[in-house]
Design a protein around this ligand. Structure first.
Ligand SMILES: [Zn+2]
Length: 71
C-alpha cells in the first residue's frame, strides 16, 4: 500500500483501495473540513469586501423611489 499524506491535517495514511483517484484526506472528517474552508475562501474572494463595504445598502436605494410613487 502506498503511503499518502492528508492534505488537511498532514497525517500519513494508507489508502484503503488502489482503484480510482488517490484520496487527499485521511478521513471523511478532514475532507469535510477542507470543503468548508474552501467555501469560506471562495466566498471571501468573490463577495467578501463588497458585502462588508455596504451594510444595509438595499434599503437606502429603495427609499427614494418608494417615496416618489407613494406621493
Ligand atoms: Zn487528515
Amino acid at each position: 500500500m502506498p503511503r499518502l499524506f492528508c492534505a488537511c491535517c498532514g497525517r500519513p495514511f494508507e489508502r484503503s483501495s488502489t482503484r480510482g483517484p488517490s484520496p487527499l484526506y485521511c478521513s471523511a472528517d478532514c475532507r469535510r473540513q477542507m470543503a468548508v474552508r474552501r467555501r469560506a475562501w471562495t466566498r471571501a474572494d468573490l463577495i467578501g469586501p463588497l458585502t462588508l463595504a455596504q451594510p444595509g445598502g438595499r434599503d437606502a436605494e429603495r427609499a427614494p423611489g418608494h417615496g416618489r410613487y407613494a406621493a
